[in-house]
Design a protein around this ligand. Structure first.
Ligand SMILES: *[C@@H]1O[C@H](CO)[C@@H](O)[C@H](O)[C@H]1NC(C)=O
Ligand SMILES: *[C@@H]1O[C@H](CO)[C@@H](O)[C@H](O)[C@H]1NC(C)=O
Ligand SMILES: *[C@@H]1O[C@H](CO)[C@@H](O)[C@H](O)[C@H]1NC(C)=O
Ligand SMILES: *[C@@H]1O[C@H](CO)[C@@H](O)[C@H](O)[C@H]1NC(C)=O
Ligand SMILES: *[C@@H]1O[C@H](CO)[C@@H](O)[C@H](O)[C@H]1NC(C)=O
Length: 575
């Protein structure tokens, strides 16, 4: 397999120490075939040996050579610059000011003897006093047709004889692979004949007409063949009528198809990425790390309060709790936080801001949830309505939940709280608080009595406050944390079914809404009573499979009169 290394993003800034810089570069690029990112070489003396660049065949970003004093660039095997990132937003190749201010050393030849394609971006070669060859090469043969800017200024005198060249040797003539092609070729060629066109998937040129004869691949290299996409992660199974995981799937890793992402890379859909995008999180399954969509907010752990400079949640630190799902440490609400602290110039906390804690599902780590002050007009702790667990460890005087002397409090509203792992609950001096007596704390404290005042939709297990959304469990059915008398089995725009736990769940969107009877028996597209659109095998689908990858090639189907998908005749190629 090809050896890949990552490039740099330094621009013209360096550490200032050329020895260190050089050694880092040698370590990074020795043996490397594909540079993922930019190749940047700046401020190097004439004595440096760059023969370690010989192995490089592709650079995915840009190449920058600036303010160097050496005479030749030994990039003899470089075929393609992809230009996925550009220098000054325009250039895939920038060669600038490479000569000694006082002395005769400087860049004389660009050793890019095999560079035949720049996929995106232009070329800027300026102020290279002794560079006499490269400026004369036919850049139109290399860059993309159209708008790529080519700037060649203040370089050495022209010296190539007869044909454009990269240097003085007779093996340094420019190899033309585009401007010399027959008009029939719609890209590159290996001769002037109309039969000598390269395959469309080739980049830079080729030695023959096949997708295995390319110098480099325009899109992806799948074990030697240039392909428009890597073998897909799902393929259509004609026996189950479903898209199923493809055992021969490969992932895009730069311009290569790989069956496994390299160490430190994560699978995101069909690509290898170094970090998951913001709305996804890293999940490890069967030893493979993947990016998966977060159900709601992505997990985010935040530091709690209770330390020297962070004794309580207050107006200055509350924003640090935005989007937190987990608090590591305790959460303290003290009077100096809620009402402000004149002595330390801390203003009072806007009660609206406490809603930030809606995202918190877990308090874990060291201490507790301690509420010793609360805004006067807030009658419950429902800003913590999603808090499920308090994992106490080193407990503050043995308490994990402490709610003390809050005169405004009439109910707790901690409707999701299911577990307090260690320590006890201390709720005292809250003059108007009622509902907490109905909660069976014994149950909560290990893994909740008759509710005289709980909503009628609550089961006999009790409640956290008034209303059907404060029940510990429901008498009939529930939907999204609120108890309901019935699911929308035969009414409503979105019809529902009830799962084993009594939760109302929507039918699959491909189910046809039924009048006077149930629409589905489960969540799947194969659990509908009837289909809204088409039916493929047992599954309701929006349209029949058209051009999806199957085990033995591409699959096309058409809907018959009943709307069922039937396979097209095997001799049909386009549906
Ligand atoms: C290059 O030119 C030199 C001198 O003209 C000649 O001796 C040598 O054989 C040539 N090399 C090639 C590969 O043509
Ligand atoms: C494709 O990758 C293989 C190694 O898997 C390598 O030998 C071959 O030269 C590459 N082909 C191109 C066109 O880059
Ligand atoms: C909080 O999450 C939302 C939704 O993911 C995002 O748009 C927002 O930028 C995040 N805010 C902060 C401060 O992280
Ligand atoms: C509490 O009072 C503040 C102003 O003092 C106001 O902004 C906030 O909306 C009130 N909150 C409730 C729940 O009434
Ligand atoms: C509370 O729950 C515990 C454990 O589930 C149970 O043993 C106890 O009887 C319950 N207490 C009441 C008053 O229902």
């Amino acid at each position: 397999a090809m050896v890949v290394c990552s490039g740099t993003q330094n621009d013209l800034s360096t550490t200032g120490n050329s020895e260190i810089q050089y050694n880092l570069m040698r370590e990074r690029y020795t043996g490397c075939e594909i540079v993922m990112g930019n190749l940047e070489i700046t401020m190097m003396e004439h004595t440096r040996d760059f023969s370690f660049l010989q192995s490089i065949r592709e650079v995915t970003g840009y190449i920058l050579f600036a303010i160097n004093e050496f005479s030749r660039l030994p990039l003899d095997h470089l075929r393609v610059i992809r230009g996925t990132t550009l220098y000054e937003d325009q250039y895939a190749l920038a060669v600038m000011v490479n000569y000694q201010k006082e002395g005769q050393h400087g860049l004389q030849e660009l050793g890019l003897t095999h560079l035949t394609e720049i996929l995106e971006g232009g070329v800027k070669i300026i102020q290279n006093k002794y560079l006499s060859y490269a400026p004369q090469v036919i850049w139109q043969d290399i860059v993309k047709d159209g708008a790529a800017p080519i700037i060649l200024e203040d370089n050495g005198p022209e010296t190539c004889e007869d044909v454009p060249c990269w240097g003085p040797g007779n093996d340094t003539c420019q190899i033309l692979t585009k401007t010399v092609c027959a008009p029939q070729c719609n890209g590159r060629c290996f001769g002037r004949n109309p039969s000598e066109c390269c395959h469309n998937e080739c980049a830079g040129g080729c030695t023959g007409p096949l997708d295995t004869d390319c110098f480099a691949c325009r899109n992806f290299n799948n074990s030697g063949s240039c392909v428009p996409q890597c073998p897909q992660t799902v393929i259509y199974n004609k026996h189950t009528f479903k898209l199923e995981p493809n055992p021969d799937a490969k992932y895009q890793y730069g311009s290569i198809c790989v069956s496994q992402c390299p160490t430190n890379f994560v699978v995101d859909g069909s690509s290898c990425v170094s970090n998951c995008p913001t709305h996804k999180m890293e999940v490890e399954k069967n030893g493979v790390k993947r990016c998966e969509l977060c159900g709601g907010l992505c997990p985010k752990a935040c530091r709690g309060t209770g330390t020297q400079n962070r004794q309580t949640v207050d107006a200055l630190n509350i924003d640090s709790f935005i989007n937190c799902t987990k608090i590591q440490g305790s959460l303290h609400f003290l009077v100096t936080g809620i009402h402000g602290d004149d002595y330390n110039n801390i203003p009072a906390l806007d009660p609206e801001k406490l809603k930030i804690f809606n995202t918190v599902r877990e308090i874990t780590g060291l201490y507790i949830l301690s509420i010793q002050s609360w805004p006067e007009n807030m009658t419950d702790l429902s800003v913590f309505s999603n808090l499920q667990t308090i994992q106490g460890r080193t407990l503050y005087r043995g308490y994990s939940l402490l709610v003390m002397k809050i005169p405004s409090l009439t109910s707790l509203g901690l409707r999701s709280l299911q577990r307090i792992n260690d320590g006890s609950v201390y709720i005292t001096g809250n003059k108007k608080l009622c509902y907490h007596d109905t909660v069976n704390w014994t149950r909560i404290l290990t893994s909740i009595e008759m509710g005289h005042v709980c909503d009628t939709l609550c089961s006999s297990e009790g409640c956290w406050g008034p209303g059907p959304d404060q029940c510990l469990s429901c008498k009939n059915y529930s939907r999204g944390g609120t108890c309901v008398p019935e699911c929308m089995f035969v009414t409503g725009e979105t019809r529902e079914f009830a799962d084993a736990s009594g939760e109302c769940m929507p039918c699959h969107p491909e189910c046809k809404v039924q009048e006077g009877k149930e629409t589905c028996i489960g969540p799947g597209a194969d659990e509908c009573v009837a289909c809204a659109n088409r039916q493929d095998g047992p599954h309701c689908v929006s349209s029949c499979p058209e051009g999806v990858m199957g085990g033995e090639g591409v699959i096309f189907k058409y809907p018959n009169k009943q709307g069922r998908c039937e396979p097209c005749h095997i001799n049909c190629t386009q549906g």
